[in-house]
Design a protein around this ligand. Sequence first.
Ligand code: GUN
Length: 302
Amino acid sequence: MNTAFPSSPTSTPHIIDGKAAAQAVLINVKAAVEAEGLTPGLAVVLVGNDPASAVYVRNKSRRAEECGFLSRQYDLPADASEARLLELITELNADPAIHGILVQLPLPEQINAYKVIQAIDPLKDVDGFHYVNVGHLSTGAMKEALVPCTPLGALHLIQSVIGNDLRGKHAVVIGRSNIVGKPMANLLLQHDCTVTLVHSRTADPAAVCRQADIVVAAVGVPGLVKADWIKPGAIVIDVGINRVETPDGGRLVGDVDYATVAPLSTAITPVPGGVGPMTIAMLMQNTLKAARRLTTGEQPGE
Ligand code: GUN
């Protein structure tokens, strides 16, 4: 029994501070870089000029610099061909100064994202989207796996509340995307949770979700998860970042109806300021992992 995890609901839930947690991870990464005399190299590729993607990419490049990494950003025009992008990836795969390659998604429609992801050297796939890394995670080869950053960040926040031991907790993941839902489910399974994936064809998602000790919502539907989806005392992790229009211009909201769900929960992530900052911190952690492995010459499986 973990005494840090109250068994009864509280009307003043712990609001999980993703910014502070991310800052702590970044400080550790920077300290490791200095102590080990390593210069991890991260290449971030943006195709086109989607404003939200441009902000994400800039933040990733900036954080990499702050961690003492070599940080390179490649901006390709919106009409760049698939062949041009594949050529760039081939160059980056061969570049010994680069240990992590991230191609920001979504990509313009003339480019096959699957083909692009599979072209990245799995050892440099810091997004964890290549099927080699998907396979490592789903078979439990955690030392070898580069795990997708958002699920890794969500797990870190869950463990910051209830400790590392998640054995036997019932975790319900809402959403089955390759970027969040499926790797999140695999990661929680790896930590001995009983895992249920809820998706758009689930018969009664609210009833399933009400059984959860841990809820992770990652569907991109503003305010989908309401109070009647939540067992009192649950931990609620909101991965959604949805822009909704308001009379004063618009704001970001999550997939969870925060106002009604927060009073029922033991701990909850806000949007913004919850999982979002953790994604970038975990990208830096993955790049450090990739750099260590590539510079020591150690191969997966060794
Ligand atoms: N677009 C939205 N989230 C992500 C992510 O985690 N990685 C990449 N490459 N693109 C994204």
